[in-house]
Design a binder for this molecule. Structure first.
Ligand SMILES: CC(C)(COP(=O)(O)OP(=O)(O)OC[C@H]1O[C@@H](n2cnc3c(N)ncnc32)[C@H](O)[C@@H]1OP(=O)(O)O)[C@@H](O)C(=O)NCCC(=O)NCCS
Length: 406
């Protein structure tokens, strides 16, 4: 144990909402504020102790038509001191894991002692826009057409394919069939409900209860809205594919979700000084990027890059979290990590996303990297310790990976 080890001392998230759920009109920043306040309150940490706050959010259109610099605003609205340094990060779905990596770096280098890595998204609150080309400069008289910037996440505008399409074609290339994707997705929901019945995903551990005052009543949420019960493989198999993908459907994709997550990182020395019990140590962080079409491969590539640098390997991991950007992504990356060995693939599958993944829990993109890290961490704690690797892909083939030890 070293004084400059980077440790996690608090980690939580809001429940994740459905696309059309109770949070659908709440600004993502407001969810970010709730998570930020609670992550310090829970451990009695004075926000004045926090040197820097990183905030991932990757559908800027959701807040940008109303306002700017969300990271700065959420720290002020959460009551953090005015001299708190903040940074908004957009590395697509990687963003809040990027926040963790930047926090890890800042503490390791001695630039900071305490950092918060957070992220939030509300995909259901994304506005439809009247573009300048079509409205301001296009229509002198007559109806105005609205654009949906959420559709295909807008990648088509610059000639890139929708992520679901790329993921499906790459899955086929790697021999990951539609049936395998549907089975993985069904298992994601089933694992979630088993975990929930065992007391996991209840308020107090990774989850916080949220209450948002409205004009007449309050919006209250104390559990994830997306998990689906009583599914059948036959119904999953009957779903139509989306966005022109050969395999991806509403069943084996995550939804378009809402939620926020936050993690407090500090040096071990600082945790000792503040008498805070570390929940886990961050052993390593890594970033990656690859060929845009091959987004499904980037979690495995980023894990390999990190492992070769820190001399670890996947067999030494007790748990793995690979974000279910689609079932295709988790399965392609596991196949790469297994070196296409079917027995090893089974072993890796058995320790991956053991309590369900984004397909069940939800994928509010900017919040997911921190979410998978804390889900894995709390499971390692329940098991009495161990080492785990988490990885996530982001649009156009960006990657982040993290190793934590409990
Ligand atoms: C896939 C997607 C287009 C589906 O959107 P949607 O049509 O609003 O989804 P819904 O939840 O309404 O589901 C569509 C239908 O499938 C059904 N369905 C969804 N999941 C199901 C499941 N697991 N089993 C059975 N049926 C299911 C729904 O009941 C619904 O049926 P209905 O039309 O009869 O009501 C949308 O969730 C999406 O874009 N997801 C990907 C998000 C993304 O790209 N994230 C970034 C990754 S990098």
């Amino acid at each position: 144990m070293k004084a400059n080890d980077v440790v996690i001392v608090s980690a939580l998230r809001t429940p994740f909402g459905r696309f059309d759920g109770v949070l659908k009109s709440v600004l993502s920043m407001d969810l970010g504020v709730l998570a930020l306040k609670e992550v310090v309150n829970r451990i009695g940490l004075d926000p004045a102790q926090v040197d820097e706050t990183y905030y991932g959010t990757c559908i800027p259109a959701e807040y940008a038509i109303y306002t700017n610099v969300p990271a700065r605003q959420i720290t002020l609205l959460a009551g953090f001191p005015e001299n708190n340094i903040s940074l908004t990060i957009d590395r697509a779905c990687c963003s809040s894991m990027t926040a963790l990596r930047l926090g890890y770096r800042a503490i390791k280098s001695g630039d900071a002692e305490v950092v918060i890595a957070s992220g939030a998204e509300n995909m259901g609150n994304t506005p439809l826009i009247a573009s300048a080309a079509k409205a301001r400069w296009g229509v002198r008289l007559g109806p105005i057409e609205l654009e949906d910037v959420l559709f295909e996440l807008g990648y088509g505008r610059k000639g890139f394919a929708p992520v679901a399409t790329d993921a499906g074609f790459v899955a086929e290339e790697y021999g990951v069939t539609r049936e395998m994707q549907d089975e993985w997705a069904l298992a994601s929901h089933n694992k979630y409900f088993k975990a929930y019945s065992e007391g996991k995903f209840k308020v107090g551990e990774e989850l916080m209860r949220i209450e948002i005052a409205q004009k007449k009543t309050s919006i209250v949420l104390d559990r994830d809205e997306s998990p689906r019960n009583n599914l059948s493989i036959e119904k999953m198999a009957s779903l139509k594919t989306v966005y022109g993908s050969p395999t991806v459907t509403a069943g084996n994709a995550p939804g378009l979700n809402s939620g926020a997550s936050a993690i407090v990182l500090m040096s071990r020395k600082k945790a000792d000084k503040l008498k805070l019990q570390p929940l886990a140590e961050v052993v390593a962080c890594e970033s990656g990027a690859g060929t845009p079409k091959y987004m499904a491969c980037v979690p495995a590539q980023t894990i390999d890059k990190m492992f070769s640098r820190v001399n670890l390997n996947v067999d030494k991991m007790d748990l793995i979290e690979i974000n279910e950007a689609f079932a295709a992504v988790t399965l392609v990356s596991l196949k790469m990590l297994a070196g296409k060995d079917p027995q090893k693939m089974k072993e890796l599958q058995a320790k991956t996303n053991v309590n369900g993944g984004a397909i069940a829990i939800g994928h509010p993109v900017g919040a997911s990297g921190a979410r998978i890290t804390m889900t894995m961490m709390y499971e390692l704690i329940r098991r009495g310790g161990g080492v785990g690797v988490g990885a996530i892909c982001g649009g156009l083939s960006q990657g982040e990976a993290i190793v934590i030890k409990v």
